[in-house]
Design a protein around this ligand. Structure first.
Ligand code: PLP
Length: 383
């Protein structure tokens, strides 16, 4: 697979490349500019050639593939009956909080946060509570457990939406951190809704631990979402997986979703199956390429973009850039869009304290990385 290959995405119903003017290099929404695995494309061709697209259902083989993969990659024992499918994880966690929270209750999440975490409680008429991840001197993001526990008690929190690996900081939470979070949630009867969409894109020696795999007690208190969408660049097909090991929670979630949240379409199921069953080698190569992109950006931040700081992400293809030392009089998102013609994600959408940040999607070709860095450097030089 040639990850340097440039593919024109503008005429492909693509949100990333159509949002801004044509001269803007878009590095925002979290998909990549890479062609998905050949196995997925060929499975889709075969399915399209079948020519009948009546109502679908997840095939048993897909469940088996998911179960085997969870064991193989994450040493997590899951039964086929504990798996279900939704067309997206955002849909999934919105449905979950509506299923399990009552009016007056709150949903907690860590900030900086993937923006739909911030929107979810508001649109469900629940209260959102923000637990800020804190930064050490060296930029490392850590959890303030005391504050987290205090907030669960004082804010009448019913559910915790966890993002692991974390978007946008790129943290992969450790076993110790996850255990502490899970114990606090168990102590206060707070349901864990774990968004693990980024779990397959890991760097260096980082290992993903599904929080539900920690113990049977945690499993019984957790709903986990995963997907092939980020991993294999098939987000536009809409197939996501949920794992619920507590039959009571599973029944309630089914009941809520019935008639409201449909199953992924037949092409989505075909692609998900091919990706999970045959995509390992492609994924290995992609992660290698992404890690080199991450290291390229790390170098560039030192040599070409002095004044912008980050903590190298441990996972995801997203860089969370702290521009506060640049002394800009406007949000860096606005500055880089206008002056560099680079379209990043705006810090403020990730939380109120994030004005001086931008999110940089490095899931693109090395040539685009270089171009973006050059443009940003020139814009800063002209300040
Ligand atoms: C943490 C997180 N959750 C969910 C999503 C989107 O999931 P879906 O497309 O399955 O709704 C994203 C996409 O960027 C994400 O970063």
């Amino acid at each position: 697979m040639d990850f340097n290959r440039v593919i024109d995405r503008r005429n492909s119903e693509c949100i990333k490349w159509n949002r801004f003017d044509e001269d803007v290099l878009p590095l925002w929404v979290a998909d990549t500019d890479f062609k998905c695995p050949e196995a997925v494309i060929s499975a889709l061709h075969q399915r399209v050639d079948h020519g009948i697209f009546g109502y679908g259902a997840p095939p048993k083989e897909l469940n088996q593939t998911v179960v085997q993969r969870l064991k193989r990659l994450y040493d997590w024992d899951v039964e086929e009956t504990e798996i279900g499918y939704v067309p997206g994880i955002v849909t999934g966690f919105n449905a979950a909080i509506r299923t399990f929270c009552e009016p007056g209750e709150a949903v907690i999440y860590q900030t900086p946060a993937y923006p739909p975490f911030i929107d979810a409680p508001n649109s469900a008429r629940l209260r959102g509570v923000q637990n800020p991840l804190l930064q050490q001197q060296d930029g490392f993001y850590y959890i303030d457990f005391d504050r987290f526990e205090q907030q669960l008690i004082s804010e009448n929190v019913r559910a915790f939406i966890l993002c692991n690996p974390q978007n946008p900081t790129g943290r992969v939470f450790t076993r110790e951190e996850l255990t502490q979070l899970a114990e606090i949630c168990l102590r206060h009867k707070v349901l864990i809704i774990s968004d693990e969409i980024h779990c397959d894109i890991l760097f260096d020696d980082h290992k993903h631990i599904p929080i539900a795999s920690l113990s049977p007690e945690v499993a019984a208190n957790t709903i986990t979402f995963m997907a092939p969408s980020k991993t294999f660049n098939i987000a536009g097909l809409h197939a996501s997986v949920y794992i619920i090991q507590n039959p009571e929670l599973m029944a309630k979630f089914h009941e809520f979703c019935s008639g409201l949240v449909g199953c992924p379409g037949v092409l989505a199921l075909t692609a998900a199956h091919a990706a999970y069953a045959e995509g390992d080698e492609w994924l290995f190569e992609q992660n290698h390429y992404l890690q080199e992109n991450r290291d390229f950006l790390d170098d560039a931040l030192r040599t070409q973009l002095a004044g912008i700081r980050w903590k190298k992400p441990e996972a995801t293809f997203l860089g969370w850039l702290d521009c506060s030392e640049l002394g800009l009089t406007e949000a860096p998102y606005e500055f880089f869009l206008r002056e560099a013609r680079v379209g990043l994600n705006e810090g403020l959408t990730f939380g109120p304290q994030c004005r001086d940040f931008v999110r940089f999607n490095f899931g693109t070709t090395r040539a685009n990385m270089q171009e973006a860095v050059n443009r940003m450097q020139a814009a800063l030089a002209a300040l």
